[in-house]
Design a binder for this molecule. Structure first.
Ligand SMILES: Nc1ncnc2c1ncn2[C@@H]1O[C@H](COP(=O)(O)OP(=O)(O)OP(=O)(O)O)[C@@H](O)[C@H]1O
Ligand SMILES: [Mg+2]
Length: 244
């Protein structure tokens, strides 16, 4: 469905992405793991059409979309809520742009992530984790083919994070949208993804693509299995090489 082909990006003298190639199939959940500063957020800006690549192609259903906006719902690394809008008004923003805001649906989602009583609150009244949850719901509700999440759960405590991961899995297993998910957590990548794209340090290129063999639906008990821990170790070794 989405093909990234020999993508190259630099900022001035600095090469950020070099020959990045991988695919996301229809309904596939793909995690991206790579060192800090390797170009993961840049990759999302390219897919989202905020930046145009220096060379290479981004194809959606075989059609080049280099520099084109509007194909993905995006949850940026920094929660970007509009301070003058309430939580509810922020959540329906993506839908509003597409001319079909559905406040009832938005309220149901807010309730599911424990924010029912914050619908009328303003972003300044929220904790970092709450802002992340609101941004996440907004991305989920703007109805695009591809959902790109840039470290969506990084500001959450470990327990809430696990809760959100399990919740995301249950939502995704019902809807099966194509997801690209950036994380620094190896465990999170394995727990959630069908496929993990491991990037090298800058200039980033694809070091390895690993298929995650675990059946779905996945449950928390998976995290403690020998197979899970072995895969975690394998990925840890790969990523450690990039830190050296
Ligand atoms: N607009 C820009 N102008 C100049 N340099 C940039 C720009 N955007 C990113 N960079 C540089 O590109 C490199 C990759 O940045 P990017 O944010 O994509 O990394 P990342 O993999 O998302 O890192 P992290 O894991 O810390 O979020 C960095 O060296 C950064 O300084
Ligand atoms: Mg980033």
């Amino acid at each position: 469905m989405l093909e990234i082909k020999a993508l190259h990006q630099s900022f001035g003298e600095v090469d950020v992405l070099r020959d990045v190639t991988f695919t996301v199939n229809e309904g596939e959940f793909v995690a991206i793991l790579g060192p800090s500063g390797s170009g993961k957020s840049t990759l999302f800006q390219l897919i989202g059409g905020i930046l145009a690549p220096k060379s290479g192609a981004i194809l959606l259903h075989q059609r080049p979309i280099n520099g084109e906006k509007g194909h993905m719902s995006y949850m940026p690394q920094q929660a970007s809520l509009l301070p003058w809008r309430t939580v509810l008004q922020n959540v329906v923003l993506g839908q509003e742009i597409q001319g079909k805001a559905n406040k009832e649906e938005a309220k149901q989602w807010l309730a599911r992530v424990g924010l029912a009583s914050f619908e009328e609150a303003y972003p300044i009244e929220l904790s970092g984790g709450m802002k992340q949850r609101v941004t996440f719901i907004r991305a989920l509700l703007s109805d695009r083919e591809l959902l790109c999440l840039d470290e969506p759960f990084s500001a959450l405590d470990e327990f809430t994070r696990l809760e959100m991961q399990t919740w995301l899995l249950s939502v995704w297993e019902k809807h099966r949208r194509s997801v690209l998910f950036v994380t620094h957590s190896i465990e999170e990548a394995i727990y959630l993804a069908d496929k993990i794209v491991v990037l090298t340090k800058r200039p980033a290129t694809v070091k390895q693509v690993i298929n995650v063999p675990f059946a779905r639906p996945r449950q928390e008990a998976l995290l403690a299995t020998t197979e899970f821990i072995a895969l975690k170790q394998q990925l840890f070794t790969l990523i450690k090489e990039e830190k050296a």
